[in-house]
Structure formats: structure tokens, C-alpha cells
Design a protein. Structure first.
Length: 207
């Protein structure tokens, strides 16, 4: 498993932290390389030369950055969800009011030519409003590349990622007393790698 997404994430979110890590661990150039590819890392790829202290520093710096970025994304996603709900509610209310007005006009001027024209006009307006609200709601739900960035599922995934990062930070703070094994650290790097890939896309690529 490679963890180049972590170094690539730090290059975008906190290049100074990555520079400091490289200066402190000159023997871990492979692990701290920013030459990464967006996508699912290959499980068959060879591991970089594993340097525990460099790996721990990389994980710690990445986790600190992810906390800030995920919380910002959660705030933005909630704001978008509220906006989408407001737009859809406005469209539904407009359609309901226009529908009621159309029915009232039809009753008051039953059989007249004016009634037919008003009913046709109201129907056209309601259709247009419904279409516009649907378009605006879809626009605010997506990123610039068309990926979905709103909804309970996306919000839940980000909240889950935030919890994963916090669990690592809690465990990392215990490292001085109960050191992380290499396997534990590699497993943490795997999880952070997956989270960093999603945050990198949402926060720095697709916005």
C-alpha cells in the first residue's frame, strides 16, 4: 500500500508542514513524496521504505489538516442543504398557491374565455417555476464537476470520516505511553489515505 495521497494532500493544504517533515526526515523521501495519483491506490504496489517516525509525523500532520478541512466542508454542506431545502420549499409553495389561484379563477369565471386564458397562463407559470426550482436545487447539490455534494448520505460520510480522524488523534496522543505498532500505524495511514483522497477532491479539486 502506498500513502502518496497524504503527501499530495499536504502539498495542497499545508505545504509548510510537508517541507518541515522532509527536512526532519531526509531518509524518507519515498514516503513523503508528493507524486501521487487521484484514484484508488493499488494494493499490489510495493510499500515505500517504511520509516516509523516519518510515517507518524505524516499521519499527525495530515490528521490536523483533515480536521480543519472536514469541519469546513461540513459547514458548507449543511449550508447547501438548507439552501436546497429552501428552494424546493419555495417551488412547492409557489406551485400550491398558483394551483389554488387557478382553481379559484376557474370557479369564478366558469366557462368564460378569460378564465381559460388565465388558467393556461397559471399552468405555464407553475410549470416554469417548478422547472427553475429543480434546476437551482440540482445546481447547489453538485460540485463544479458534477459530483454530488449535498444530502444526508454525503453529510453522514463526512461525519464518519471526521470520527475516524479523531480516533486516530486520540490513539496517537497515547503513543508515548503505549506506542503504536507498525501494523497499527500502517492501518491508520490506510484510513487517513482514503479520507484525504475524498477531502482533497471536495476541498481542493472539485470546488
Amino acid at each position: 500500500m502506498t500513502w502518496h495521497v497524504l503527501a499530495g494532500y499536504l502539498e495542497r493544504s499545508d505545504p509548510d508542514a510537508l517541507t518541515a517533515l522532509r527536512a526532519a526526515h531526509p531518509d524518507a523521501t519515498n514516503l513523503l513524496s508528493g507524486a501521487m495519483k487521484l484514484g484508488t491506490p493499488s494494493r499490489s504496489a510495493p510499500d515505500p521504505a517504511f520509516k516509523r517516525e516519518a510515517a507518524l509525523g505524516l499521519a499527525r500532520a495530515t490528521a490536523d489538516g483533515l480536521v480543519v478541512d472536514i469541519e469546513a466542508l461540513l459547514v458548507e454542506m449543511k449550508a447547501r442543504m438548507r439552501r436546497v431545502r429552501t428552494i424546493r420549499l419555495g417551488g412547492a409553495l409557489a406551485s400550491t398557491i398558483a394551483g389554488a389561484a387557478t382553481a379559484l379563477v376557474a370557479l369564478l369565471f366558469k366557462g368564460s374565455e378569460a378564465s381559460k386564458e388565465i388558467v393556461s397562463l397559471c399552468t405555464a407559470v407553475v410549470t416554469m417555476l417548478g422547472g427553475l426550482c429543480a434546476l437551482f436545487a440540482e445546481h447547489f447539490e453538485q460540485t463544479s464537476t458534477g459530483a454530488r455534494f449535498s444530502g444526508a448520505q454525503s453529510l453522514g460520510e463526512l461525519a464518519e470520516h471526521r470520527a475516524d480522524v479523531e480516533l486516530f488523534r486520540i490513539r496517537e496522543r497515547q503513543d508515548a505511553v503505549a506506542p503504536l505498532t507498525d501494523d497499527e500505524l500502517k492501518s491508520s495511514l490506510d484510513r487517513l489515505n482514503a479520507v484525504a483522497l475524498k477531502v482533497l477532491r471536495y476541498r481542493y479539486v472539485e470546488q
